[in-house]
Write a protein that binds this ligand. Structure first.
Ligand SMILES: *Cc1c(COP(=O)(O)O)cnc(C)c1O
Length: 221
């Protein structure tokens, strides 16, 4: 068994254990293997093990890693989980299947026209800056209703919310806030939880966890 396969089994087990512990009917989350800055060898291990759902945070890096592999693996499912510049919207729409980081009206405009031109309607998550951190991407909770309304007016397919909690804060507070905001707006999907807290996120209702180092090991610098 490859180390990816073992790690994936461990991640699934931890998710199950936490869900049981929560004693709640929580969904089994979709595991997104975050492949940014991982070696080709490790990516290939995951593909050889039959895994197909990957996350990347940079459009250009993702193109290098995945564009050529699309043909060999038609069932690949690629998630953009990093900040998206408006001038990369077209490339992002061409490469990815899901975008987790819609966070401003201008980007919604660009994504709408790029998807129209490409004849696509990708599922989108709105990234919420739940910690209201100045340096972090994401819409502030108070600006979420307006952004969502704007995206819906454009016909965008917003399916859920995404957050990255501040490193020095209790993640549970942010997962709880994200879930509350999603509920208020009738959104069903929650992209939350990384290697350090995917099990907690799952027990709080995450539908998508974004797990990198726990699956692949440390990233290359
Ligand atoms: C890198 C990254 C992850 C994965 O981080 P790990 O701690 O390695 O699991 C998850 N989400 C986002 C937005 C990231 O940029």
């Amino acid at each position: 068994m490859s180390s990816f396969t073992e790690n994936l089994a461990a991640v699934k087990k931890a998710i199950e254990r936490h869900a049981l512990h929560a004693g709640l009917a929580v969904p089994t989350p979709n595991i997104i293997a975050v492949s940014k800055r991982q070696s080709d060898e490790k990516i290939q291990q995951a593909l050889d093990a039959g895994f197909r759902v990957f996350g990347e945070n940079l459009v250009q890096e993702a193109e290098g890693r995945w564009a050529a592999r699309r043909a060999a693996y038609p069932d690949l499912h690629l998630h953009l989980i990093g900040h998206l510049q408006t001038n990369k919207a077209k490339e992002a729409v061409a490469l990815f299947d899901v975008i987790h980081t819609l966070d401003r009206p201008k980007l919604a405009d660009k994504l709408a026209s790029a998807m129209q031109a490409a004849g696509k309607s990708l599922p989108l998550y709105i990234q919420v800056n739940t910690g209201e951190e100045e340096q972090k991407s994401g819409v502030l909770p108070k600006d979420l209703p307006a952004l969502l309304a704007h995206a819906q007016t454009l016909g965008l397919n917003v399916v859920g919310l995404m957050c990255i909690p501040p490193v020095d804060d209790l993640a549970a507070l942010h997962f709880g806030l994200l879930k509350k905001l999603a509920g208020e707006h009738g959104l069903t999907r929650l992209s939350m939880g990384m290697s350090s807290d995917y099990d907690l996120a799952a027990s709080m209702g995450a539908t998508d966890v974004r797990v990198g180092s726990a699956l692949f090991g440390a990233r290359q610098t």
